[in-house]
Ligand binder design. Structure first.
Ligand code: KIV
Length: 269
């Protein structure tokens, strides 16, 4: 048994909140049972991100992801990682007001074993986060660069570059914390500002492209395994040369088929 498995602790909301002062949290996305099964007992949290709309469904952004799509993938992730703490992204348009948000988040709870939902937005969405948490839905916030705002903002823009924006981000984090969120993703934010935000709130911050001073990190699995070739953000570290390894393996398979060496006698019935 590996060291990681022996040290792995099944997470819950209390343990995640307590991690703030104790240790860094490792979060990874997953979209299916196969990979969720590989990540379970290693990552503290598995996020079924609506980024699946891009890397899995091949769309240009996350905006057309649907609730049914998210539920389908979350069921698969929960099947593959039964013990994991699974968070699911509420897709664009499913939390436009408090009632819609509660109806849709309740559907996620009813149909999947997800432990929590994630909502993009700061002060502007604090009333929605509060409505959900008051109705017993666990919420992870998401501030900074918010992919669901890409069309209204005219692109993906790194946040916190000036004092005014830095102050707004701190207000956003405090509003989401006050609304009852148990943690906050901080995406695409200048690292000194992400540090300030992390010091300002008492719940764990999970950074992505936000430097090293957040309380944890999240990466999209297909980015960090080098499988998503379309675009590689600066903050992604390649932990595997996935795309090339896969292509080489499939080329080898093709070559073995073509030269007749696959299947061999041992691979026959
Ligand atoms: O959709 C997603 O995968 C996310 C992460 C980038 C945090 O929201």
């Amino acid at each position: 048994m590996s060291i990681i498995k022996e040290n792995f602790e099944k997470m819950n909301i209390t343990k995640i909140k307590n991690a703030k002062s104790n240790r860094k949290l490792t979060v990874i996305t997953a979209y299916d049972a196969l990979f969720a099964n590989l990540f379970k007992n290693i990552a503290d949290i598995i996020l079924v991100g609506d980024s699946l709309n891009m890397s899995f469904a091949g769309k240009n952004d996350t905006l057309s992801a649907t609730l049914d799509q998210m539920i389908y993938h979350t069921k698969a992730v929960c099947n593959g990682a039964k013990e994991a703490f699974v968070v699911v992204d509420m897709p664009f348009g499913t939390y436009i007001n408090k009632d819609e948000a509660l109806k849709n988040a309740s559907k996620v709870y009813a149909k999947t074993n997800a432990a929590a939902v994630k909502i993009e937005g700061g002060e502007d969405r604090a009333d929605i986060v509060e409505h959900l948490t008051k109705n017993s839905i666990a919420v992870m916030g998401h501030i900074g660069l918010m992919p669901q705002y890409v069309r209204s903002e005219g692109g993906y823009k790194v946040r916190g570059k000036d004092k005014h924006d830095a102050q707004q981000l701190i207000k956003d984090a405090l509003a989401i914390e006050k609304a009852g969120a148990f943690s906050i993703v901080i995406e695409g934010v200048m690292s000194d500002v992400a540090k300030e935000i992390s010091e300002a709130v008492n719940i764990p911050t999970i950074g992505i492209g936000a430097g090293k001073d957040t309380d944890g990190q999240v990466l999209v699995w297909s980015d960090m395994l080098g499988l998503f070739e379309e675009f590689k953000p600066k903050f992604v570290r390649d932990y595997l040369d996935g795309a090339n390894l896969v292509k080489e393996a499939v080329k080898q398979y093709r070559s073995d088929v073509q030269n007749g060496s696959f299947p061999s006698k041992e691979e026959e019935y």
